[in-house]
Unconditional design. Structure first.
Length: 169
């Protein structure tokens, strides 16, 4: 029997920018997974998408019932030539769909897409050591803990740690 409303993972397009901006904006304004404190404009998100695509890196969306319910992308870990084989992932889920396995589906698709783009190792740089959803997602997908930066950020009137995780891809 097929799932009545299957999740579809595909490459993001410029038509997805408004949905991507909404999802990320929600997390910027209400969450600690990103240390941005303001929601970027659609134009800003379009520029980010274009930069990732221009480098040949993967940016995926999860679609359910014709709506984008999450996205994930991989980009070079740091902007120095020696990092060219190391990626950092970013995964954000629509607030109405968190905890439904969408992040896992996106990360499962992002890993091979990142390998195809030439990356050999992926890092997760997780905002807030209390972000157990993201930490558990990465653990379930084969990431190992490799460090923590204490009080690296300050958002919502409190200090936030950054958790580092990694895996081969």
């Amino acid at each position: 029997m097929t799932e009545p409303n299957p999740l579809h993972i595909r490459t993001a397009t410029p038509d997805d920018v408004a949905a991507i901006a909404f999802i990320y904006g929600y997390h910027a304004l209400h969450g600690t997974g990103t240390f941005e404190e303001e929601a970027p404009s659609n134009e800003d998100m379009a520029d980010r998408l274009a930069r990732v695509h221009a480098r040949g890196w993967p940016w995926l969306v999860a679609e359910k019932d014709g709506r984008v319910v999450g996205y994930a992308y991989a980009a070079q870990f740091r902007d120095r030539a020696a990092y060219r084989f190391a990626a950092e992932d970013s995964i954000y889920i629509h607030p109405d769909h968190m905890g439904a396995g969408i992040g896992k589906a996106l990360l499962d698709a992002l890993l091979p897409a990142s390998a195809e783009a030439g990356f050999q190792r992926m890092f997760a740089v997780i905002g807030d050591s209390a972000n157990m959803g993201s930490i558990r997602l990465h653990e379930r997908t084969g990431f190992d803990h490799c460090g923590k930066l204490d009080k690296a950020g300050f958002k919502f009137s409190r200090y936030l740690d950054v958790v580092f995780m990694q895996r081969e891809i």
